[in-house]
Ligand binder design. Structure first.
Ligand code: ADP
Ligand code: MG
Length: 689
């Protein structure tokens, strides 16, 4: 099997080349075969000069009509070549006497190069040139010439030799076909070996355009198989998880009803639907794994609280985990307001929480006296033990990786896994979600509470900062409240917080008479808490903050947000921040202040923000601008990295991939493990699950 044959078995792969190949992730001959060309050159035929267009790469053949050395700004040799259909200029800036002698008037040449617009006519600059006899028959290539992605020290010629040798081995059944015959027939997909061979050496009749757009059936066949393998690996994870036991949590609804009665609003239809899905999940004797997506402000928190109460009614504990202290504190406050009056015992656990208070919380969790605990990553620590943990809720899922998702379930009651609910405010386009979160069930709260007016957004050069400050003053004088968000490129939190402090001081000077508060990550919890509480109660007009307020902060009377250096933030972050306003009935505004000059991508992002407030639309545009690795936050972790497939380009394959994954798991389980092994291999996150 070529999967087990090291590349070093190929002639021409010594220690040096082996190291270069390893750098590209190529260890086996199979890896080499999956290292596909990025593009192709067509050297299979001679193209009439008259049909050339700028940008074409082509072989041409003709007679030299004129050869001339010009002494312009740069000395150059210009050669006019004609073939009866037209003529073209060959331009050389460096040339030897021998080369020049080769291209005298009347000689016949065959050239390969890229056509460009020149001052007088089309040109080939420094083409490859070969002298031929007049009208000599073409000894051209039999296949399109592959150009491989490469690394320093590996030339295209070496790639062609090596892949040639690998292809020779392919003949003897070296690549096992893992898709059932019937599937290949139904989907009109070529067998794997055939697809691989074609992509390394496409016959001349294959469409260059399809190949260059990665739309060739052979390319799609490989992308399909790779996506399928990822889908299967996540499904297998899920199956194993599902096989474990979980406490069926059937609440009597008493606490949930009490909260619903106390709320000043009715749940939206979408909230009710998702809540019912959660209740159904919790009632089963296997761990639920559900992702709840909902745009900023769609009201995920109250749905989570109701699910938590369902668990408490059934006599089990709930852990709610948030990615930042500030967000965890917000949740704690909400939960305390909602659940305190119902007699639910709440605990709080964060990294800063030490000594006696921490011990008391741990004791309460261990004895079961605390029914709900809210906190940060600190909830993961190994000395945090629960009496009867029934449900784990993770807010803002995108900040946690698959690993952490897996670590949490080990905290369940004896031999049982807790149910898991993850909530994310970063909408992800559906096909992407189905791929990236195939180990989770998906619910979407696709409706905002009534009475919200979309935030109107302007983009302003920071030269007009004074006007913006004036605008803040105006809004606050009318009794509204505002946010001023400071951003800083530096990773350093210290500098970020310093910048926010400086800005707050400067604004206090410019806006005499306004009450200004400050929130950043380095304040004491009690200071943050005091500022947030005062802002919420209307005791502060303007809250200056770092991006810590990105998630969770909820103050309906705040209707103006200024974001400084908005060009530094990504789309989802801008959308999150802007989601802090537009929560009340009055018209809200967002001012995106930028420091010129604006780069192309930044300009595009700000334009998207101005055009739409729809989180799903923003997510779609974000995906186009940044690509899936960045959007999912998996670029660094290496999760969801594909060799051939591209989640954006190959989105349309996803429904078919899902359907086939179901079928294979049901009727061809023997092909599942080899498929996962082939494409995902030993990547750690799937090991030992
Ligand atoms: P997010 O989904 O962004 O986490 P929140 O849960 O913070 O949204 O809810 C945003 C605001 O909307 C909160 O003030 C919340 O109390 C309020 N809210 C939630 N559901 C409704 C509803 N059905 N009707 C009116 N207001 C609601
Ligand atoms: Mg939220």
């Amino acid at each position: 099997m070529l999967a087990d044959t090291p590349v070093t078995a190929l002639k021409g792969v010594g220690p040096k080349n082996a190291e270069r190949l390893h750098k590209l992730g190529i260890h086996s001959v199979q890896d080499l075969l999956f290292h596909l060309p990025i593009r192709y050159q067509d050297r299979t035929r001679i193209v009439p000069i008259g049909s050339l267009r700028p940008g074409d790469q082509a072989v041409i053949q003709g007679e030299v009509e004129l050869a001339d050395v010009r002494f312009g700004r740069r000395r150059s040799l210009l050669v006019r070549l004609a073939d009866g259909t037209g003529s073209i200029t060959l331009r050389f800036f460096h040339f030897s006497t021998a080369q020049k002698a080769n291209m005298l008037r009347g000689s016949w040449l065959r050239c390969f190069g890229e056509v460009r617009n020149g001052p007088q006519s089309y040109e080939l600059v420094h083409p490859e040139v070969q002298r031929v006899a007049e009208g000599q028959a073409a000894e051209v290539e039999q296949a399109l010439t592959p150009i491989y992605p490469t690394t320093e020290g590996m030339h295209q010629l070496s790639w062609r030799e090596l892949t040639g040798r690998a292809l020779d081995l392919l003949g003897a059944g070296g690549l096992q076909e893992l898709l059932p015959d019937q599937v290949l027939r139904e989907q009109a997909m070529p067998p794997l070996a055939e697809a691989v061979r074609l992509l390394h050496r496409p016959p001349p009749d294959q469409s260059q355009r399809l190949l260059s757009e990665n739309g060739h059936p052979a390319q799609r066949r490989l992308a399909f198989e790779e996506l399928l393998a990822h889908q299967l690996s996540l499904r297998v994870l899920r199956q194993r998880q599902r096989r474990r036991g979980a406490p069926p949590l059937r609440g009597d609804g008493r606490l949930q009803q009490a909260l619903l009665d106390a709320l000043p609003f009715r749940l939206t239809g979408a909230q009710q639907r998702v809540l019912q899905q959660l209740r159904d999940d919790l009632a089963r004797p296997h761990p639920a794994l559900r992702l709840v997506q909902g745009d900023v402000g769609s009201g995920k928190t109250v749905v989570a609280a109701l699910a938590a109460l369902c668990c408490v009614e059934a006599g089990y504990q709930v852990a709610l985990m948030a990615p930042t202290e500030l967000l965890a504190e917000q949740h704690l406050r909400n939960f305390a307001n909602w659940m305190g009056p119902l007699g639910v015992e709440l605990g709080w656990l964060s990294g800063r929480h030490k000594g006696k208070r921490r011990e008391a919380t741990l004791a309460g969790l261990g004895s079961g006296a605390l029914q709900v605990v809210v906190g940060t990553h600190a909830l993961f620590q190994h000395d945090v033990l629960f009496d009867r943990l029934g449900l784990v809720i993770v807010d803002e899922q995108h900040r946690f990786g698959v690993h952490q998702r897996l670590a949490l379930r080990e905290k369940g009651a004896a031999g049982q896994a807790p149910h898991q609910l993850v909530m994310t405010a970063t909408p992800i386009p559906r096909t992407l979600a189905m791929t990236a979160y195939a180990d989770l069930d998906l619910s979407v709260i696709d409706e905002l509470p009534p009475g919200r007016t979309p935030v109107s957004t302007v983009v302003v050069n920071d030269k007009r900062r004074d006007e913006v400050v004036e605008r803040v003053a105006g809004a606050c004088r009318e009794g509204r409240q505002a946010y001023w968000v400071c951003t800083l490129i530096e990773e350093s939190e210290v500098l970020q917080c310093q910048a926010a402090e400086d800005t707050a001081a400067a604004l206090a000077e410019a806006l005499e008479g306004l009450r200004i508060g400050l929130v950043h990550g380095r304040l004491k919890a009690s200071e943050k808490e005091a500022a947030m509480t005062a802002f919420k109660a209307g005791g502060i007009d303007l809250l200056v903050a770092t991006t810590v307020i990105e998630v969770g902060v909820d103050v309906p009377n705040a209707s103006l947000m200024v974001i400084e250096n908005a060009e530094r933030l990504g789309l989802s972050q801008l959308h999150q921040l802007r989601g802090r306003v537009g929560r009340g009935a009055q018209q809200s505004h967002c001012v995106l202040m930028y420091h010129p000059p604006l780069g192309g991508v930044a300009q595009e992002r700000l334009a998207v923000m101005r055009e739409t407030t729809d989180g799903f639309e923003i997510a779609r545009r974000d995906l186009e601008i940044r690509g899936p690795g960045e959007v999912l936050g998996t670029r660094q972790t290496g999760e969801m990295q594909f060799r051939i497939a591209d989640l954006l380009r190959d989105q349309d394959l996803v429904p078919g991939v899902q359907a086939l994954a179901d079928r294979l798991l049901a009727s061809h389980p023997e092909s599942v493990a080899p498929l996962i092994h082939r494409w995902i291999g030993s990547k750690v996150q799937y090991a030992g699950v």
